[in-house]
Design a protein around this ligand. Sequence first.
Ligand code: BGC
Ligand code: BGC
Length: 652
Amino acid sequence: MGKGSCVTLLLFIGLVSSVYSYDLYKDPSQDVEARVQDLLSRMTLAEKVGQMTQIERGVSNNSVVKDLFIGSVLSGGGSVPDAGNTAEAWQDLVDRLQNDALSTRLGIPMIYGIDAVHGHNNVFGATIFPHNVGLGCTRDPDLVKRIGVATALEVRATGIPYVFAPCIATCRDPRWGRCYESYSESTEVVTSLTDIILGLQGEPANKTAGFPFVADSSKVAACAKHFVGDGGTTNGINENNTVIDYKGLVDIHMAPYFDSIAKGVSTVMISYTSWNGMKMHANKFLVTQVLKYNLKFKGFVISDWEGIDRITSPAGANYTFSIESSINAGLDMIMVPNNYPQFINGLTDLVKGGYINMHRIDDAVTRILRVKFAMGLFEKPLADRSYSKHLGSEEHRSLAREAVRKSLVLLKNGKEAGKPLLPLSKTAAKIIVAGSHANDLGRQCGGWTITWQGGNGTTTKGTTILDAIKGAVSPTTQIVYEPYPQPGFAQSQGADFAIVVVGEPPYAETFGDNLNLTIPEAGIPTIQNVCGEVRCLVILVSGRPLVVEPYLPVMDAFVAAWLPGSEGAGVSDVIFGDYDFVGTLARTWFKSVDQLPMNVGDEKYDPLFPFGYGLKMGTPNSSGGSINFMRRWRLLDISCWAVPLIIHMLKL
Ligand code: BGC
Ligand code: BGC
């Protein structure tokens, strides 16, 4: 063969092999595990470390996603696109970052994550659902599942495929600033509401045995958080120490993870807290042995925000140690989220130095890729702009309104037996509406709304309770609104009755820790001034039970509305009798803070209102009858579920 023909042959072989080169991992007809292994086998250390790195949107400019093979980007609370807080700006942001990721050698899509903890709460105009503390009172897994479906659609409307929700904490002490993110103090209630995962991700055909499941691109990957014991810290101090034996940890705090995993939850976030003095972010026993092996969780484990930094005190004091101990404990993706060079260099050096072995890295990357393949991210990495219409849709708002109706708990109705105040008359001549929370959308939404801490005023679109009342009463009814009524005001009005709406200001995380739990923001003088002068309904807008016992005698009626979100009309639907109350307490209402912690099933249990309590008005739309809380309470008595739970545990 001449030299020329030899070259031609080589060129021909090259051409044929390039045309027929087959990248198995890109083939959607292949099995997820086969795709993962094929892709993993092609990756360099730098590409693997990149997959394990989650950075904040704010540091994601300048093609860092591309240059460092970043596996995930997040928005922290209130971190919105520079171009504006609109569906289009979000889609553009996510697509820009995704195109960065897709332009890398292997084209592995990044996964964008966000806290959608009561609807798509960072986004202007999204439907804001009640916070979990209210949803717990509905005891309605189907409702919560439908909220999951709606939330997934709104999140997809902004091009985002991943949410850091649900929070499945069992809050055992309302002094904790995150108690409103928890459905209940009862593990059983929390567990039943993990059905939200089925709404967010879709319903696996059968038990997935720990395998991450996301049905299609109308769904999102979910994240059960914060593993484990976040709701059990001493005095409810955020990010603190949960002192409890292993059995207690499992029975009270871990049980909802069994169900979340069985329902196919894709990711689990680690808690800032410690268990008996040991930081969860460095706890190999709980993360690797229990979560990954015993509970057979096959999705990825993500850290909390700067969670590994906080392994040491002060935070970040020995970041190398933080990386080593967290990755070796079994964490797969680290929410760095800002100082990514330090994390990437540190992790790379630890692997090269043999302090973290390749097997561990491969486990982490396998899990991250498994989620990405299982959810179809390789096939549909970009925003589907046809979803924009779902953001804040009428359908979702009416679902949120239903959720508000069902989460309200009636705790008192009338000063004397047989003389209820509720349902209120829609045709009264004159009604006073008073209090700091009556006409304030931001306050009724609470923390994690538009911004991390939430804010007062018209922070997004929705209906305040005052607007809802105005919309509910007859055209001839006169409404007098006064946020901060002084003594004598109510009396001078000659009104038929007053509706007083008071409560807590918005807060999130540590900012919400509170040891006295009194009604703030002039709530107490407002109640006293109004209710001392005219028949009154008090509606409390709060993330938890507060001290109310001293003021209860002066109130004619009392309703806990929790943090209802953007649809205030759910409140007017019920107080004017179009619907009856169905909510029952998912938390014990204490008399005084020195009783805390006090939870259902405790030996010493002397509440103001027990767990499971909730009155009805007996309006035509209700099933009738007054309270039957004893029956419900008995059903939820721990003896009924602790035994099956322990049996379930032993089977693992
Ligand atoms: C919270 C998490 C949240 C994360 C990202 C942390 O401070 O503890 O619940 O998912 O921030 O915003
Ligand atoms: C972010 C939150 C995050 C928190 C952690 C804030 O700056 O906005 O999302 O949870 O920091 O401390």
